[in-house]
Design a protein around this ligand. Structure first.
Ligand SMILES: [Zn+2]
Length: 195
């Protein structure tokens, strides 16, 4: 895709949501939550599928926190249903533009679901993924068009690529964060204590 701005993505996404929920587009603001707009689980599935086909992306099934918990193991990022400091740090690192107030004080994992259902959270997630969808063929610079499944095909030479999945990209990000930032920080703390 040619680089899309956040507001272009917002406009397109708002149209998808308005159509799926049969509501007026003017009700959809960046801070609105899909559940407050009336989206139930089947609507979310429809919105996800429409989003994938319109933006040519492959959305993750799990939230970034769920994927991170799989990498970090239990009781590191969340404990007894609440985010730990490490959990908040990871989410803030991942969503630097996020409203930092959303992560102040006790944040339950359940409350976080509301955050993940915010229109703006989706817009940023889409923006992060469209970067991995090529507009031009790597072999001949011809225009790419959607093909079967999560594939894109060059309309000139026929070369095909498989889109990276959001799940896979999330997991890569978490692993890198774990190695470069989380473990590095833990190392600093240890040496300070030892000194
Ligand atoms: Zn080509």
């Amino acid at each position: 895709m040619p680089e899309m701005t956040e507001s272009e993505i917002f406009d397109q996404f708002a149209q998808i949501v308005a159509r799926s929920l049969r509501i007026n587009g003017s009700q959809i603001t960046p801070d609105a939550q899909l559940s407050d707009l009336g989206a139930e689980s089947l609507d979310l599935i429809e919105i996800s599928m429409e989003t994938e086909s319109q933006f040519h992306i492959f959305l993750p099934d799990k939230s970034i926190l769920e994927t991170a918990v799989e990498v970090f193991g239990p009781n590191v990022l969340e404990k007894e249903g609440y985010l730990t400091e490490e959990g908040k740090q990871l989410l803030l690192r991942r969503m630097p533009d996020a409203d930092a107030e959303a992560f102040q004080g006790a944040v339950s994992v359940k409350d976080l679901q509301h955050y993940f259902l915010k229109v703006n959270t989706w817009v940023r997630m889409i923006q992060g993924l469209v970067r991995y969808t090529p507009a031009e063929c790597a072999a001949c610079d011809g225009p790419m068009a959607p093909s079967m499944g999560f594939r894109m095909k060059c309309t000139r030479c026929g070369a095909e690529i498989t889109l990276r999945s959001g799940e896979e990209l999330n997991r890569e990000w978490v692993r890198e964060y774990y190695d470069r930032e989380y473990r590095a920080q833990a190392g600093v703390t240890v040496s300070v204590t030892a000194g």
